[in-house]
Design a protein around this ligand. Sequence first.
Ligand SMILES: [Zn+2]
Ligand SMILES: [Zn+2]
Length: 276
Amino acid sequence: MLLIRLAEILKKAVFPSKCIVCGSFFHVFYEKDSVHPINYTDKKYEMENITFERVMSPFLCASCLVDYLPVESPICSLCGVVFKSREGEDHLCQKCIEHPKHFGKARAIFLYCKAVMEVIHSFKYKGKLQVAGSLELLLFSVLIRHWSLTDFDLVVPVPLHIKRFRARGFNQAYILVKNLNKLAEKFMVKPGSIEIGRDVLQRTKWTMPQTGLGREERTKNIKGAFTVKDLFKVKGKRILLVDDVYTTGATVDECAKVLIDGGAKSVDVLTLARAI
Ligand SMILES: [Zn+2]
Ligand SMILES: [Zn+2]
């Protein structure tokens, strides 16, 4: 036992982890196998302990771990945009008053700052799927902070076009929610029963990447990109739409429009990050 422990210490000293944000080498602060919440088997583990610092600690150095901003009130009660003024209650932002959305409310975990961007890029573009477990957990904790699991009948990940899906090999939005029911069972001591509608929506139109486009161009670019594959599956359903980043909201609003037109009762939106 002592020998194994010594070997572990030696291994950590010789092979430190590489920070996925800044690339520097560091020693994992939390013991991956004992303290990291992903590996907790205790069903009574409290959700409040699921923080960015904790769940990202195997992947980020100490300085990058604190270099993120959580989304906190006051925010727009509809689209979730964070107000510059840090005082007052949540209320509707000007854009939502002028252009109401097709979804009910959108919430995100953190602002899209450099550390968060690098984390998402390493997962999405560099295929570092090991960070997905941590992100799933964070997403789940934010989901149950803003909603109850019984608020939804169906979770719909924003789909990729088949060409992009084949090039990437996975849909990041689906990866983020595929274990939702398992997490519900693990942390809430009851089995979740939300259907994950992996193929409910389809991205049938090939579009330019939204990056670099303005608000209006994004809306125009994404228009008509999605179709509901199975209308029966969305009819009368309360849907939670999930994506990695909310930038202008053009993509999720177009998805929500198509789902509502297809007969969904309501659509809410949950993303990892929210553009500043
Ligand atoms: Zn770092
Ligand atoms: Zn708003």
